[in-house]
Design a protein around this ligand. Structure first.
Ligand code: MN
Length: 237
């Protein structure tokens, strides 16, 4: 089943944005639930996000089996995506990354919470999942559906989960909203660490998180951000 050229273009652009904003490096990926079949998702073959082109996008079943891969090798961690789509019908976009700014919070378990209004969409309670709890000492990659489902369970009804000693998953309903959350999760991690170096952060309250999230995700903010992210990514592709 082929996705539309518009969908393929959105996936390519989202990959380039995440690479340009340094949320991903050689690793990390973004998938879309297939717009025409909720039991499938679209994800690039194993390739660094900044290099991805439309021809790299493969269709997978939720269990991780590729439908049209041909000789295109899949990401070993694709199970992250299918397991989350399986558990969360409301999720249409999944990002997995190893953001260097986020890792310290993922490794210590120090709660990552919004320190400024633009970062409100990351939410109040971000769980930390540890592969070691159920699977012991591994190479930390999520390579089976059992591991993926365990991660999805830790995500619960939220939109972000940190992965101890590894990275995070960021989920959402639209591509722009999810990319924004992944970018600002990284921004918040950097600002929170800087804040903690000189004092105690005075975090947004629950009401402020709600108010600021509504503002950030409204077209007036989201469209403006998406336009400049696209422009910056295009200059480098
Ligand atoms: Mn990974």
């Amino acid at each position: 089943m082929t996705a539309s050229p518009e969908t393929l273009r959105d996936i390519v652009v989202a990959n380039h944005i995440l690479a340009h904003e340094e949320v991903v490096d050689a690793y990390g990926h973004i998938s879309f639930r297939h717009p025409d079949d909720p039991e499938k998702y679209l994800l690039s073959r194993a390739r660094a996000p900044e290099l991805i082109e439309a021809d790299d996008i493969v269709t997978y079943r939720l269990d991780g089996d590729a439908i049209d891969a041909g000789d295109r090798r899949p990401y070993s961690e694709r199970m992250i995506h299918g397991a989350i789509y399986e558990q969360r019908p409301d999720v249409n976009v999944v990002i997995h990354n190893h953001s260097y700014e986020v890792i310290p919070f993922a490794s210590t378990g120090t709660p990552l919470r919004p320190v400024t209004h633009t970062c409100a969409p990351i939410g109040r309670d971000i769980p930390v999942w540890d592969i070691r709890d159920k699977f012991g000492e591994t190479n930390h990659l999520v390579v089976t559906m059992e591991q993926g489902r365990n991660l999805a369970a830790a995500l619960g009804g939220g939109t972000i989960a940190l992965m101890k000693r590894h990275g995070c998953v960021v989920t959402g309903t639209t591509v722009a909203e999810t990319v924004m959350k992944a970018i600002y999760l990284q921004v918040n991690a950097k600002l929170q660490l800087q804040t903690m170096m000189i004092g105690e952060p005075d975090y947004l309250t629950d009401t402020e998180i709600e108010e600021c999230t509504a503002m950030q995700q409204a077209p007036i903010s989201l469209d403006r951000a998406w336009e400049v992210w696209c422009r910056r990514a295009a200059k480098n592709s």
